[in-house]
Design a protein around this ligand. Sequence first.
Ligand code: SF4
Length: 117
Amino acid sequence: MRISDSVDTTWMVQSKCKEVRIDYFFEDENGEWKDYNLAKSTCETCPVRAQCLDYAVFIRDDQGMWGGVAGENRRKLRYKLNKTFDSYIKTYEEDIDFVAWQIKRSSADTVKNTFLQ
Ligand code: SF4
């Protein structure tokens, strides 16, 4: 079983980006955004923004805009989380569901405190 198997994805049905062309949410091969501000503002009014960012950090997806945060900042957030949750993983490494739940719960708190104010 992979950790990501136990992550909830039901929030995706409420994604606001379903109303916008998906290529607005990714950089092209030259690293240029088609419309960064459009992607960012769509995320800022999305009802599932926190869940989206939490999910992208959790599955280690560093491409494009998720939850209003571009890949480079999500890498930084993940680095912080990896340090924070080292002790959980060492202690409970045999219980993958528990580790997944702890990371998800605390990731959501970190997202709220760091990026969604
Ligand atoms: S936060 Fe942004 S990328 Fe995530 S589901 Fe909402 S609109 Fe889409």
